[in-house]
Design a protein around this ligand. Sequence first.
Ligand SMILES: Cc1cc2nc3c(=O)[nH]c(=O)nc-3n(C[C@H](O)[C@H](O)[C@H](O)COP(=O)(O)O)c2cc1C
Length: 607
Amino acid sequence: MTDVVKWLKENGNLKIIEEPLDVELEIPHVAYIEVKKEDSRPLLFTNPVSKAKGITYDIPVLMNIFANKEITQKIFGKHPDDIAQGIDELMKLKPPHGFLAKLAMLPKLFALKNVFPKRLNGRGECQEVIYSKKEVDLDKLPILKTWEEDGGPFITMGQVYTQSLDGKMQNLGMYRLQQYGKDRLGLHWQIHKDASHFFDQYEKAGKKMPVTVAIGGDPLYIWCGQAPMPHGMFELLLYGFVRNQNARLVKSITNDIYIPHDVDIVIEGFVDPTQREIEGPFGDHTGYYTLKEPFPVLDVETITMRKNPVFQATVVGKPPLEDKYMGWGTERIFLPLLKPMAPDLIDYNMPENGVFHNLILAKMKTLYKGHAQQFMHAFWGVGQMSFVKHAIFVGEHAPDLENHEKLTEHILNRLEKSKILITHGIVDHLDHSSPEQFVGGKLGIDATDDEIEKGVEELISDAVLLEKMQQIDENICEVKQYMIHTKTPVCVISVAKKESQKYMISKLHELKKHIKLLVIVDKANNELGNSYMLIWRVANNIDAQRDIVLEPFIAIDGTNKDKHDRYDREWPGDTFCTKEVLDRLQAKGIIDIDETFIRHFGLLPFK
Ligand SMILES: Cc1cc2nc3c(=O)[nH]c(=O)nc-3n(C[C@H](O)[C@H](O)[C@H](O)COP(=O)(O)O)c2cc1C
């Protein structure tokens, strides 16, 4: 894995694009479109340029390394389920009885010696070229600007290495970094993340915090950086466990942080805890822009690199994206780590169109009344799982969690108002729907019981239902009913919103016998026939406490919120591609997409 490009050529069907393309929008748009294809491939851009800055870079850009499940599995070296099994066995390790049992345990114990990172003396390959403070120039790196409204260029696949004030804890986190000029980077470590906790310690002590950012090397480093390891556990332990080989580290040149010897590029420096700078906006993995917010800044002391480095980057925006495949690995590998707090959990799935923290589906064996509710609270109380907004639990005989069609049927046949838990708790730093940042509504659905008896009283066609609805409220534009063969058909409507939807829902009470579950979205930029993107939209846009009502039927208001909803934060916009850039790339033959593709993935605003 020391030469990732060679490895990807041999193992990953790497596509090489030699055409000079701009780091601003062009390269990111190509990667964004590629990863949405069924057969998506990793991409190497050998001639990145910046037209705005007049730069021709001599470092190629490597994107979509985690382009599909097959490559992701090859990066791990085995199926993530096998890694999970190894973790499970380790967690269940018991003292051996008898000589043979002791012998059988030896390989497991010896393998553990490979888990701990090793500190090497001397310099690593990543320090073959050294730029001193005077020579530091971030413009030497092909840093991408992904979206038109982004606040600037961002390093999107940076491995951010930090340590606690007393030096006893190390951390690797994948956080984006905004480029400010030639030698400063904005550090977007969110408030709940480990590096942010370390930062608090330095701030309290009034000391500068050392930070080293590594780019490239073994892609497993980057996967470890995004893995939700418990606080205090260095992510490179996981690297050693998966590779069965210690991560080999060298010391940064100007601070005490250790980084893998074989990464491509290293940016070292210090953070002055008294300084903050506006970070963002940034088109984020929620498919919405994250708005401007002050974050700490890294003053770069030194940049080092290999002789022929490669710049790894990713694009975030609307799903599906590379994080779908990284997230798949994380979901599988972390299953055994969830089991100690939820022992009767059988499996879980975080669909990528729920952008991970917005929706979790979990299968469990129920042993007593309230068991599913117990698990909901357990999930909402632990580590990064606590950011999950909507959790649906099904019983042990439910269909496979990845069979979304069958599973939805199963849930809708068991959906009951009395089994819906709406509560309040911590939400992800990026959540834009809650009335207040960091805390908001949580929804838990217990669908572990038997089928409910009563379905919808009188099912009518979409056309007739629309007519009846429009007689009540002319702002209702379209109706589409899903899953009409189940006990709870899903009636989705689009509206030209002019008031709080609460009024509209109460006005629709007279249609109660035709509706059991109503979902409302804005007419703009939503297509009622596209359930994949509807789930993405609604899971993003709702705060369960404000936007779900249970009378006269279950209704979910997935519209954008504004003053009518007593929402006084700034509502962010969708991430959209730039039409001229798409047209230019299409004319050059670099991309090949049609209107259906553009609409399906919401690439451009709807006309
Ligand atoms: C593509 C991608 C980009 C991410 N960007 C950020 C980011 O800018 N800030 C952040 O706090 N977390 C970000 N994350 C999530 C963190 O990497 C993840 O929560 C990780 O577990 C944090 O590590 P920590 O618990 O050691 O802080 C990103 C994840 C991915 C996959």
